[in-house]
Ligand binder design. Structure first.
Ligand code: SAM
Length: 213
């Protein structure tokens, strides 16, 4: 994602009621925050948030939390949703490396990773959101039968991600190297901003759904 420092974005994020501040205080209390007992699904690296907004509108029985590191990006999501907020969608501005500080063990039912930054240099592999280091973090916050769903058009990142599963104790329930040709997976598919962009120029989209072994 091209990042520009947008003046004032920090203030807008700080003042938005849709962004949970001091989210460590909500650790273990997300159901109370939403005021119901519905499962919590998160997208890590949500960007401008189209994916989660679409899901939240069509699944009022699921609570969604969007995680995004940069205020300049989160601002775009806020601009989109503030006219028409959804009761089951909130955001946290943070580095996903600290997810365990805001979610208690087993508090999350599903994790979405969409078009995660590739970090192509080997020495940055630990920063990749589907790396084994991140899988260990997800392992701690995800409920027992929870799933991670990952999509990308970056074949090198996808191959890396698939290679990380076994050593980290995860197993693939579904793997597709051409999601948009897979009728079954496409039935519930919600396109992300990046997915629209890259599939429109003919890039095949890879997807996995994984669980713990
Ligand atoms: N998921 C969106 C989509 O598919 O359109 C956005 C994809 S964009 C390439 C990746 C996003 O992940 C960026 O907005 C970036 O700031 C965010 N991101 C990357 N690493 C992150 C981290 N460690 N914690 C939180 N957000 C992160």
């Amino acid at each position: 994602m091209r990042l520009r420092n947008i003046p004032g974005s920090q203030k807008i994020v700080d003042e938005s009621p849709l962004v949970i501040k001091e989210a460590e205080k909500t650790r273990g209390l997300w159901k109370e925050l939403f005021g119901n007992d519905h499962p919590v699904h998160i997208e890590v690296g949500m960007g401008k948030g189209k994916f989660l907004m679409t899901l939240a509108a069509s699944h009022p029985d699921i609570n969604y939390v969007g995680i995004e590191r940069y205020t300049s990006v989160l601002l775009r999501a806020l601009q989109k949703i503030e006219e028409n907020p959804l009761p089951n969608l909130v955001f946290v501005c943070m580095d996903a490396a600290d997810l365990e500080q805001i979610f208690a063990e087993g508090e999350v039912a599903k994790i979405y990773l969409n078009f995660s930054d590739p970090w192509p240099k080997d020495r940055h592999a630990k920063r990749r959101l589907p790396s084994r280091e991140f899988l260990m973090r997800y392992d701690r916050i995800l409920e027992k039968n929870g799933r991670i769903e990952f999509k990308t058009d970056n074949r090198a990142l996808f191959d890396f991600a698939v290679g990380e599963l076994g050593p980290a104790g995860w197993q693939a329930e579904r793997i597709s190297y051409d999601l948009h040709s897979d009728k079954e997976l496409m039935r519930d598919n919600v396109m992300t901003e990046y997915e629209e962009k890259f599939s429109s120029v003919g890039n095949p989209i890879c997807k996995y759904i994984v669980y713990r072994t």
